[in-house]
Ligand binder design. Structure first.
Ligand code: FER
Length: 282
């Protein structure tokens, strides 16, 4: 896929803006943490209609605010206003505990490894009870029934989170957009240090969770100058050894931006290019 630049006009205010609301929730783990996610609602959000939902996961050191810059929100507004993107809600949570001060990769790695549980048990129910998605009920059966209408995308540690969601939350998500980050199941940067084991775990995760290769789509993207490029590339190359599960050009694609570095501006560009094909036929 050609990774087009975002039109400059899309980064300036749109006259049909969406709005951002905050959803508070208490985690159901033993810690009972008070947390929140930010939710983008498209212009003209109508509670009588059902919306697709994208869960967008920030990078290491970030917060629910990280993705929702003025430019990024304007880009979503313009994409929706122009008809390039179906109106959808975009949810920006955080994997960090509210009192977390250690945001090093080791600490972040531990947080993202367990975050799929919080997504399914706490965040999806809190958000999708408040706003109208395709989940008629938000319990596990309801999430499974509406998974065609739920996507997860993330940058860096958020990309690591996407790969964990593939391992642990295929029952809630059909669409995966891991941007500039590998799978850390076998430790930090495990996608390069343990490529083959990682690829095997991802391949086996499909049948283990009761799904088939027809039941998901992955669109991974990074840049050739991105610090995560060698790690994500080594992992994806190992995934090519599982062609019966990972059918490149069909249920998975890996695209590279020549010269792209590890920053939000490039990530916004990847989302601009890849998101319109998500929820197709859903
Ligand atoms: C990668 C995945 C995540 C990577 C870096 C990160 C260097 C995150 C780093 C951080 O949060 O500091 O493949 O490659």
């Amino acid at each position: 896929m050609t990774i087009h630049p975002i039109p400059a006009s899309y980064l300036t205010p749109c006259d049909a803006p969406g709005r951002v609301e905050r959803v508070d929730y208490v985690t159901t783990d033993a810690l009972r943490q008070d947390k929140y996610a930010l939710v983008y609602l498209p212009h003209g959000y109508d509670e009588n209609r059902a919306y697709d939902a994208l869960y967008l996961i920030h990078g290491g050191g970030g917060s629910p605010e990280s993705f929702f810059s003025k430019e990024f929100l304007a880009m979503l507004d313009h994409m929706i206003a122009s008809g390039q993107l179906k109106p959808m809600i975009v949810v920006s949570p955080t994997y960090y505990r509210p009192d977390e001060t250690d945001k090093t990769p080791d600490s972040s790695g531990r947080a993202v490894a367990i975050f799929a549980r919080e997504l399914k048990a706490d965040i999806i129910p809190a958000v999708e009870c408040r706003f109208h998605t395709f989940a008629e009920i938000t319990d596990p059966a309801g999430q499974r029934a509406s998974r065609d209408h739920r996507a997860i995308a993330g940058f860096s540690m958020g990309s690591v989170t996407c790969w964990y969601a593939f391992l642990d939350a295929l029952d809630a998500f059909r669409w995966f957009m891991p941007l500039s980050g590998d799978c850390w199941l076998y430790g930090s940067l495990g996608g390069s240090s343990h490529s083959e084991e990682t690829a095997r775990a991802l391949a086996e995760a499909v049948d283990r969770q009761g799904f088939t290769p027809a039941d998901f789509r992955i669109h991974a993207i990074t840049g050739t100058k991105d610090i995560a490029y060698p790690n994500e590339t080594a992992q994806i190359d190992a995934m090519r050894a599982w062609p019966e599960v990972f059918r490149f050009g069909d249920n998975i694609d890996y695209d590279l931006l020549e010269g792209g570095v590890h920053d939000y501006a490039n990530i916004h560009r990847y989302i601009y290019n890849a998101l319109p094909a998500f929820f197709a036929g859903a």
